[in-house]
Design a binder for this molecule. Structure first.
Ligand SMILES: [Zn+2]
Length: 373
């Protein structure tokens, strides 16, 4: 292994450690997602990949379509990316040096693999000014260079149109849509505060519930339903070993939560949010178990669970910085007992979304979601 690779590996492991604690996260293929650049579909060899929970695309394959030139400098361990409007230098795979010499950190590092450089989709938007939409329903990512992009659902390609026509595009009639999602409840202290705020602002949200909290919070579950919120399954125990070790384990986790939901409130749900993110559910065995479910991920992280000391102001600014260029925002927040700061940020998050043209909707079982980055 050459020195540069050792440095990069160290950075990646450090980032992984910061993001995921001591969990080891294997890079897994997300290779069924095709790539469009504007209205050109790239060949089968170019697919999006999921590494460590982040969406990546192969830079070497998309560069001609995006007019990006790549210059690697091994002596300074840097990569310079240049397109028609931008020139950025990425040092040690993670630090971006802008033209005015200011430096910012990428959300996830470049990954060097199989003679290719993979760049996080977020970075295409943040540092190179492209627009990106991820369409989970039709398994395509679309990168666009123009500001005035064709809205999702109106792509020229026949294959995409057919695939999209098969889906309900419930949110296409709104110019901007936001989905507030709360994971890890029900909590007897935090959840009622969140419900009060949602009621005060007349907003419906989606709660991904941990099944083992239901028994002692039946009335709160029924309140959620009565007040028009949507309910999703977030497994029964939220314990990684119980959920992801086998298909049978995942099945039991899902079933137990559905039984608890049914016993407490007479409902079932086909909405599922995977604890710890989408990285863990890529195996065929787990996908088979999940086939009756709709897996709901997110494209805006409020960061409310990234650090115990995060403040409401930081949560608010995380959300604002990520929604500001989006038409479609699935925002992840948490309503378990340690998330009082989330309750303090929530009114301002709702106000910001409303003032900036977002329609706030619950995720229903047939809602089509576009994970636009
Ligand atoms: Zn969770």
């Amino acid at each position: 292994m050459i020195k540069r690779e050792i440095i990069i590996l160290t950075i990646i492991l450090t980032v992984l450690f910061l993001l995921f604690g001591t969990d080891s996260v294997a890079a897994e293929d997300y290779n069924e997602y095709g790539i469009y650049v504007n209205d050109t579909k790239l060949d089968k060899g170019s697919t999006m990949q999921l590494f460590n929970g982040f969406h990546y695309v192969p830079l070497n394959k998309i560069k001609e379509y995006l007019n990006i030139t790549i210059t690697e400098d091994k002596t300074t361990n840097s990569v310079v990316l240049m397109n028609n409007t931008k020139r950025v230098k990425i040092i040690n795979a993670i630090t971006v040096e802008l033209e005015d010499n200011t430096k910012v950190q990428m959300d996830a590092p470049l990954i060097f693999k199989n003679n290719n450089i993979y760049i996080p989709v977020l970075s295409l938007v943040d540092i190179l000014d492209y627009n990106v939409e991820i369409m989970d329903d039709v398994k395509y990512i679309r990168i666009t260079t123009a500001v005035d992009t064709v809205p999702v659902g109106k792509l020229m390609d026949a294959e995409l149109n057919i695939a999209l026509a098969a889906n309900k595009t419930a949110d296409s009639s709104y110019s901007r849509v936001a989905y507030l999602t709360f994971d890890d409840g029900i909590d007897s202290k935090v959840t009622p505060i969140i419900l009060d705020i949602l009621k005060q602002y007349n907003v419906k949200a989606t709660f991904f519930i941990i099944g083992n909290t239901i028994e002692k919070n039946k009335s709160l579950l029924n309140r959620m339903i009565e007040e028009g919120h949507s309910i999703g399954n977030h497994t029964y125990t939220h314990i990684k070993e119980n959920i992801y070790t086998s298909g049978a384990g995942l099945q039991a986790e899902l079933d137990k939560t559905n039984v608890a939901l049914y016993n407490a409130a007479g409902i079932k749900t086909n909405l599922f949010r995977p604890p710890y993110g989408g990285t863990y559910i890529r195996s065929a065995e787990l996908q088979a178990v999940l086939s009756p479910y709709r897996t709901i991920l997110w494209n805006v992280d409020s960061m409310d669970s990234r650090s115990k000391s995060i403040t409401s102001a930081e949560i608010l600014s995380s959300v604002i910085s990520q929604v500001k260029n989006k038409k479609s925002a699935v925002i992840i927040m948490h309503d378990s007992g340690t998330h009082m700061e989330t309750t303090k940020a929530l009114p301002d998050i709702i106000k910001y979304l409303k003032e900036n043209g977002f329609t706030i909707l619950p995720i229903l079982e047939d809602t089509s979601i576009y994970y636009q980055y």
